[in-house]
Write a protein that binds this ligand. Structure first.
Ligand code: SF4
Length: 208
């Protein structure tokens, strides 16, 4: 898809969001309150891809308003990244009951929406949060070989440079709810993310 103008992005996203809200492609449509659409700057240079809405996000129909969202806000603030200037979305747009893991067919059905979001927003850096989002994004960009044989822990916080895209896998903010001791290290990675936007790209971080 060619790069869209701002108004074309807004129009395309509106059409896509209408489709997401009405989607019944998988059985998660039965248990959700809302199918959550992406949120943020349609012209963003950074796109965060989380796993799925939590209970609060599902009931309030907003991205990152629950406990993970509070952690996410804190990380952005510590790194000096403005939440209004990024785009945030989920790999799976509907709540996963009892926080269970997503099934392959749910990821496959729903990630078609993610493809379209990436085409419309056209971010420079995609930041998949956690294992499932990272695996899916790497596969989409045929970059899984860059990380083959490596665990998520090994590629967490490593910049992957593709031809026209950068992928920077990070752990999901929810991880800090269970392991608060990782906070300083995670803030460091968010600060690195900011430097990628303003030059100082460290090719030593490249994998492969
Ligand atoms: S999870 Fe995705 S594919 Fe499944 S019903 Fe929700 S929006 Fe549709």
């Amino acid at each position: 898809m060619k790069q869209l103008s701002l108004s074309e992005k807004q129009e395309s996203l509106e059409v896509l969001n209408y489709q997401i809200r009405a989607c019944k492609r998988c059985s998660l449509s039965v248990t959700r309150k809302h199918a959550l659409v992406g949120e943020g700057d349609v012209d963003a240079r950074i796109m965060f891809v989380a796993l799925s809405p939590g209970v609060k996000e599902d009931s309030q129909n907003r991205m990152f308003v629950g406990p993970s969202g509070q952690v996410f806000n804190k990380l952005l603030h510590a790194a000096g990244i403005d939440r209004e200037l990024v785009f945030m979305t989920n790999l799976v747009k509907c709540l996963l009951p009892k926080n269970r893991k997503p099934k392959m067919d749910e990821i496959e059905s729903c990630s078609q929406f993610l493809d379209e979001e990436i085409s419309i927003i056209h971010p420079e850096i995609i930041v998949p949060l956690g294992y499932y989002a990272t695996r899916t994004v790497l596969t989409k960009f045929h970059a899984d070989q860059l990380a083959s044989g490596k665990s998520f822990t090994e590629i967490n916080g490593k910049l992957l440079l593709l031809d026209d895209k950068k992928i920077f896998p990070l752990s999901h903010p929810a991880a800090l709810l269970y392991n608060p001791s990782f906070e300083p290290e995670t803030i460091k990675k968010y600060k690195e993310l900011k430097t990628f936007l303003y030059g100082n790209l460290k090719t030593r971080d490249k994998l492969g």
